[in-house]
Design a protein around this ligand. Structure first.
Ligand code: ATP
Ligand code: MG
Length: 435
């Protein structure tokens, strides 16, 4: 028995009352049978889209051609069988049908091709999805090669589904992915990114990315990782994948883990952070990632080799906190942790531990004092030095700020004004000052 929530259940009941067939279908049935909380519930019916809309005032028709009506957050789909696919993306015509089986047979994988009647408790499973759930295998409905030829996105969906559920891919399905590897490049970048991110955030990230590369999908999906893949014994690629795996399941950290060494080529030392950051940026821009995410990932990759040797003053951490934010520094440490774990070195390491201790100290003290939190401002500087406003004042403030970061106790009005006088009296520091 599947427990169907009241939303989709009510929709099914109303459709039945109007004389139509109605079932819950697809991913929700799959997840419910696996005891995983479904993300969203889909309802399938033999009512035509217009009839669905009429039965539910306030519903919204979307994707007219594909018979989708949105009812109170639930997608209600008219049963259909898809005609031929000409563009490798969408069927060029769809035919609505009253036969549930036809609708199930057009779906991608057996575990996604089940419907459930919430009133009788009957599972309609024409392709053996239940059995494949038990075998923990992703298997294309029908002839895999044909199905991936219709819609190239399915190859990615297979990898993603396997990674998310921790399932293996049926050999025929895997072979079809290989055969269609180059055509995956035709999938819209936004879709590729969505599937890649779902893979990255899944527990199966490591095997999925290894398959993705081994089956020839890197050129179409992540060409920026090819140099890493070409290294001896795939060592750099493997390390990147493992680092992503060990990183906390946060999208920017997983991307950063995946790319942190992407620019590392044999014989090169620690100077790979910048080239790796460039590769990450290229990849994420190509995948149309949001700017904010790109910035976060690039920054993490750029700084992932940061050193924090013995004797590093706490001022260094105050500057890091001001530049990256406390969360940015924490993420950098999390990346360090994952990076080390992926190369068999447990923990943060001596330098990482030192940085972490400083981070805690700085946050407890609240001593990462920003420019705007100084006990004096530009007006005070101008007054103290009898300068008119100009770039020289900013420069003095920056020097004061630098001192305060090295010694936060200095952040007192009197002490800072005295410091200003000293700095302002020095001809070298005064250059470009008032007039
Ligand atoms: P998720 O947990 O990501 O929502 P899902 O299986 O529900 O997984 P959806 O994208 O919501 O995925 O699609 C709903 C259902 O529609 C799928 O379960 C599958 O039956 C069918 N489907 C989705 N995309 C395709 C496709 N490209 N080709 C064939 N059938 C598809
Ligand atoms: Mg879904």
């Amino acid at each position: 028995m599947i427990e169907v929530p009241v939303g989709p259940l009510t929709i099914c009941r109303r459709l039945k009352e109007h004389g139509f067939a109605a079932y819950v279908v697809g991913g929700a049935v799959r997840d419910a049978l696996l005891d995983r909380p479904p993300v969203d519930w889909d309802v399938v019916t033999d009512a035509l889209p217009g009839q669905v809309a009429a039965a539910f005032p306030g519903s919204r028709r979307r994707d007219e051609q594909f018979g989708r009506v949105l009812v109170a957050g639930v997608d209600v789909l008219t049963m259909r069988s898809d005609g031929s696919y000409r563009d490798g993306r969408r069927p060029s015509e769809v035919t609505f049908t009253r036969h549930l089986e036809l609708d199930l047979l057009r779906r991608d994988f057996t575990v996604n091709a089940m419907a459930y009647d919430p009133f009788t408790g009957v599972l309609i499973d024409p392709t053996g999805g239940r059995e494949d759930l038990e075998l923990r295998v992703v298997r294309a409905v029908g002839e895999a090669g044909e199905r991936f030829g219709e819609d190239h996105l399915r190859a990615l969906r297979a990898l993603r589904l396997g990674a998310v559920l921790g399932f293996s891919l049926h050999p025929h399905t895997a072979a079809a992915i290989r055969a269609h590897a180059t055509r995956v490049g035709l999938v819209a970048p936004e879709r590729v990114r969505a599937e890649l991110e779902a893979i990255l955030l899944s527990p199966g990230v490591s095997p999925a990315l290894e398959h993705l590369a081994a089956w020839g999908l890197l050129p179409a999906m992540l060409p920026e990782l090819e140099p890493a893949y070409r290294q001896k014994e795939r060592s750099t690629f493997r390390h990147c994948v493992l680092t992503a795996h060990y990183a906390p399941a946060v999208v920017e950290l997983r991307w950063a883990g995946l790319f942190h060494d992407a620019g590392k080529v044999e014989g090169e030392g620690a100077d790979h952070a910048a080239s790796s950051a460039c590769l990450a940026q290229t990849a994420l821009e190509r995948l149309r990632s949001p700017r904010r995410l790109i910035r976060q990932v690039v920054r993490l990759v750029e700084h992932h080799m940061f050193t924090y040797p013995e004797g590093t003053p706490a001022g260094t951490m105050r500057r890091m906190v001001l530049c990256l934010g406390p969360d940015g520094v924490r993420e950098l440490l999390a990346l360090r942790y994952a990076d080390r774990q992926a190369s068999g070195r447990p923990g943060l390491g001596e330098q990482g531990e030192r940085a972490l201790a400083h981070l805690r100290q700085v946050l407890v003290e609240g001593s990462a004092i920003g420019l705007s939190q100084l006990a004096i401002d530009g007006d005070d500087v101008a007054k103290a030095l009898s300068w008119v406003p100009g770039p020289g004042i900013g420069r003095i403030l920056e020097l004061v700020h630098r001192r305060v970061l090295d010694d936060p106790a200095l952040n007192q009005r009197e002490a800072l004004l005295q410091l200003v006088e000293e700095l302002g009296g020095r001809p070298a520091e005064n250059a470009g000052g008032g007039d």
